[in-house]
Ligand binder design. Structure first.
Ligand code: MLT
Length: 391
């Protein structure tokens, strides 16, 4: 067996939470639990996406339009749609720099395949737990970057605490904090100077409303020689259960004379047979004019939820970050409570599920994440329940 697995926590954060919540519900069958824990979307797929999926299903049933194995890197129609989306951000990509994936999570772990096992990963703390777990499974050496209130949970390079693979997520999961252009430029310069690679998770980019904030690492000058970007349609278009995203590996990303794009292509053609045609057709519908409009409505809905949550905690005088350009609000637990005690209090007294900050790393101890992906009436009810306890 791979003994590295023994260094992992017994179960993945969201599985642990689900188990606790299910047990509470079993013992209290009449209680209405409001789930604002895992960042899972609640609005259904949009009309344009559904029509496209249905048409693709029909195509698969006709001999002339049936598709077998697709290109491992993804169908060109979707890669071109993504390329054009980047053009709107003034980022020029080549179609073969884009790789369609089944979501950001898989590739953020899979990417380790193309890097030397000697590499040190530099991982923020707190952070989306999948980064660290994937590194532990692969037996990688890890250094941590501390996020805290003084850096508003946006850690910057630190002397004497380096790494070869730098994981950055902006807008951030779990804190909802978003790096500015200037901050990302510092990271890009740091990576270029040190021959490091930034693994940039932009899964929440569609929630950025402030036009001064970057939505892609490739908006930053110099990034194409030091960064790989991972994105997903999960939060953008409700694809958490559909599974589709993409990874961008620029041609200019070269290590010791070799293009990493070639290594990634080689890896994908060997270990991946691509995302289903039907799903890619559904994803392409997100980029049509009507698809964009529909998806934007859903994003606005979640951001309005986030505003309701922010306003509640502002009113109650809690310290928090996020929720303005992201669907997560990261609050400081009141009365110096630790994250899991606050989780238990919320579950048992308010019957609300959030995510304990400590589940995202030691740096998250004493904090709590609330997701804005719930149904509006549930968000309002949850905030009323919290106000009843703390007002
Ligand atoms: C979260 O709640 O952190 C996310 O839903 C997890 C994910 O995107 O895999």
């Amino acid at each position: 067996m791979n003994k590295n697995f023994l260094n992992l926590k017994d179960s993945y954060l969201f599985s642990t939470i689900a188990k606790k919540v299910n047990e509470f519900q079993k013992n209290n069958p009449n209680i209405k639990i409001i789930r604002l824990g895992i960042g899972d979307v609640t609005l259904p797929l949009t009309k344009e996406v559904i029509t496209s999926l249905q048409n693709a299903v029909t195509e698969m049933g006709e001999v002339d339009t049936f598709k077998g194995y697709g290109p491992e890197q993804g169908y060109e129609f979707l890669r071109i749609a993504i390329k054009n989306y980047y053009k709107e951000k003034n980022v020029t990509l080549q179609t073969d720099e884009i790789f369609i994936s089944d979501g950001a999570k898989s590739d953020l772990g899979n990417i380790l395949d193309i890097f030397s096992s000697e590499c040190i990963s530099l991982i923020p703390n707190p952070v989306y737990p999948a980064y660290l777990d994937a590194n532990i499974m692969a037996g990688r050496r890890v250094n941590f970057l501390n996020g805290n209130e003084s850096n508003k949970f946006l850690p910057m390079p630190e002397d004497g605490n380096g790494g070869d693979l730098i994981y950055l997520c902006s807008p951030n999961n779990p804190t909802g904090a978003t790096y500015t252009r200037e901050q990302l430029k510092v990271w890009v310069d740091y990576a270029n100077k040190n021959g490091a690679i930034i693994l940039f998770d932009s899964a929440y980019e569609c929630f950025v409303r402030d036009e001064n904030l970057p939505t892609s690492i490739f908006e930053i000058e110099g990034s194409k020689t030091c960064a790989i970007e991972f994105c997903s349609f999960s939060k953008t278009a409700g694809f958490t259960g559909v599974r589709c995203g993409y990874t961008v590996v620029p041609h200019n990303l070269v290590q010791e004379g070799t293009q990493l794009n070639k290594l990634w292509l080689r890896r994908q053609t060997t270990k991946f047979n691509g995302v289903p045609y039907i799903i890619q057709k559904g994803a392409a519908a997100i980029f049509t004019p009507q698809g964009k409009k529909e998806v934007e409505e859903n994003i606005k809905y979640y951001l309005e939820n986030a505003k309701i949550i922010r306003n509640t905690f502002k009113e109650l005088g809690f310290w928090f970050v996020g929720g303005d350009n992201s669907p997560y609000i990261w609050i400081k637990c009141p009365d110096n409570m630790d994250s899991w005690s606050f989780f238990d209090k919320m579950l048992t007294e308010a019957n609300i599920v959030g995510t304990p900050g400590a589940g995202f790393g030691t740096g998250g101890e004493g904090y709590f994440r609330i997701s804005a992906f719930g149904a509006r009436e549930n968000v309002i009810e949850a905030m009323d329940r919290i106000k009843k306890i703390y007002q």
